[in-house]
Design a protein around this ligand. Sequence first.
Ligand SMILES: [Zn+2]
Length: 310
Amino acid sequence: MHTAFISHPDCLLHDMGSFHPESPARLRAIEDALTASGLMDKLERHAAPLATPAQVKRVHTPEHIALLDAVASRALSTGLAYLDPDTAMNWHSLKAAYRAVGAVILATDLVIGKKVKNAFCSVRPPGHHAERDLAMGFCLLNNIAAGVAHAVEAHALQRVAVVDFDVHHGNGTEDIFRDDPRVMMVSTFQHPFYPYSGVAGRSERMVNIPLAAGSNGQAFREAVNEFWLPSLEKFKPRMLFISAGFDAHRDDDLASLNLTEDDYAWVTERIAEVANRYADNRIVSSLEGGYALPALGRSVAAHVKVLIDS
Ligand SMILES: [Zn+2]
């Protein structure tokens, strides 16, 4: 079976201005790196469908969905309409956000249906900062959370784990699943740093591990070995979802951790081992952050190569 690569041209149309780091060029850098490394030829390409309103409502309030509709309408006359100082919508953003959720839903169906081995969703806007009732931090809808909700509700999986190695804490995912015993989250993030959450929310199912600015791959691997893996072993997830942010890379100027492509390959191998033991190899990965374009391309290639080879 193949690894699926799921994206959509609509994800390139969401544009928050020429100086915004969360840019359409990110997806082009990923495709270029996968093509140059020969990995694209090994992937099974799928176009992301639009998520349905019902799929989005599993993880967001009707008020949140109505607000995004209203802001999207405002963008029609203003060009860009802001949700917070860093997060804006143009006329295409809503469509892109529904494609991003739709990609993770499709990935979930393909993986559980054994049509593909695992999947990587190359989508934007990212999702892990989007709370049930709040858009923030470049995120409109929580793509990974919608996939997790689809796995536990439409496919009745009993236990699902989210692995989040983005440099920022996935406050949105925690907000959505904090009280759901079917979902565990393991994460590392630079702390103290935006969005300044995570440490307070730590619990047996919210395994949030802060890393100090300047931490390198060794500190990251120790956190994974010491905290993530024992927690995952205990929880025995039936499927793993990866919030795959690559902004902890040492070349990324938005943050101050010092991971490399090798660290992303290494952690993907560890995740694949857990998936192999407990989850019938079921992994869905979806892009979150990562803003240094050459490093982003190389890191995604390292991550996807492990998904292909696992
Ligand atoms: Zn991030």
